[in-house]
Design a protein around this ligand. Structure first.
Ligand code: SF4
Length: 352
């Protein structure tokens, strides 16, 4: 039987035991913990993703987004196009821009600074979340700069926070197999440590359901908890459900019960993380709304289009603010809108 995390911090073997606990009991414990931190509130943001390129220097085995140079369908968005998108997002009621892209084979830091400054100018009030730890390391290598220098220049240009992407599973043997060439577990953690030390908040993700074991998941959570003890710089943990490509190379991906187990276990193990996010674009809105009863306090975002993860027959995903708010209310929670960070939550009133 796992210890009660409200009273005791779970050690690695107790944390592992969560994956064999009765689902309802696991959910009850995670829900109690979540309600102690956040009561009946469920957070979300109105976000606009801007995908600046799908060109990528790597070829991760699970990826359906990254394109090699010369491949059909490659795009690179200009700084002017990005500024126009940001301006349109602000006019449409967004409060956050999330810049996403592949590891561009030749862009150096100046290009990313230009993007950030153009967004700042076009939409001064928007929070800018951008660049995974992998991108930060890639930009540093191409620009012959240190990670620290890259972070400081991007902050100066307007970067507001780092997303948690690129963590995948913090296990180097799985990383080498599925994500060849991607930064190591330690390098991912080091980038986030350096960001936190510069006052830049970050999220952390975990990609699950691609064949990893419970031991890998718990080790991943332990590494995050350890870094959070050291820096306190993580805002949210975002478990990402693997969506299996339709070519049969991978297991079918997690079903709803496993999603709920991962979210509940994360809430209980990551006792020093303020927020656990259910990411509807990967877990589905139905599962994410149930996840609010299993430890999640955040249901991600109303988004105009999200292309990083495609479902078969559904290359882009979108969800309006009224749809998101309705899902939160139907689950029995109070919708609470945030503006990029969680510092200024407010009740959902604007329904653009
Ligand atoms: S997962 Fe990211 S780094 Fe890997 S190929 Fe896709 S876009 Fe590139």
């Amino acid at each position: 039987m796992a210890a009660d995390p409200i009273q005791h911090r779970l050690d690695e073997s107790q944390a592992l035991g969560l994956f064999s606990l009765d689902l309802h009991e696991l959910g009850r414990r995670a829900d109690a913990f979540r309600r102690r931190l956040h009561g009946n509130r469920a957070y979300y943001v109105v976000n606009r993703h801007i995908h600046y390129t799908n060109l990528c220097a790597l070829k991760c085995k699970i990826c359906t987004f990254g394109h090699a140079p010369g491949q059909a369908g490659v795009y690179e968005r200009s700084v002017e196009q990005i500024a126009q998108d940001a301006s349109a997002a602000a006019d449409g009621g967004a409060s956050q821009i999330h810049l996403t892209g592949g590891l561009h084979p030749s862009w150096r830091i100046e290009r990313y600074e230009q993007m950030l400054r153009a967004i700042r100018q076009a939409a001064p009030g928007l929070h800018i979340k951008a660049f995974t730890a992998c991108e930060i390391q890639h930009i540093a290598a191409l620009s012959t700069l240190t990670i620290e220098a890259v972070l400081e220049r991007l902050i100066e240009a307007g970067l507001g926070s780092l997303p948690g992407g690129g963590a995948e599973i913090l296990d180097d043997s799985i990383r080498r197999e599925l994500f060849p060439g991607k930064i190591s577990s330690q390098e991912w953690l080091d980038v986030h440590r350096m960001a936190h030390l510069r006052g830049l908040p970050t999220n952390a993700t975990m990609l699950y359901g691609h064949g990893e074991r419970s031991e890998h998941r718990i080790r991943h959570l332990m590494l995050l908890r350890q870094l959070q003890d050291e820096t306190g710089g993580f805002e949210a943990f975002v478990p990402l459900a693997f969506i299996s490509p339709p070519d049969g190379r991978f297991p079918p991906g997690p079903w709803g019960v496993d999603d709920l187990r991962v979210i509940a276990a994360s809430r209980l193990v990551l006792d020093n993380f303020p927020h656990i996010k259910a990411f509807w674009a990967m877990q589905s809105l139905a599962v994410s709304s149930v996840a609010l009863h299993f430890g999640a306090d955040d249901i991600h975002a109303a988004i105009a289009s999200y292309d990083i993860v495609a479902r078969p027959g559904q290359p882009s995903q979108a969800l309006s603010q009224p749809q998101l708010v309705a899902a939160i209310r139907a689950a029995g929670f109070e919708p609470c809108r945030c503006d990029g960070t969680y510092s200024t939550p407010r009740a959902a009133t604007a329904h653009k």
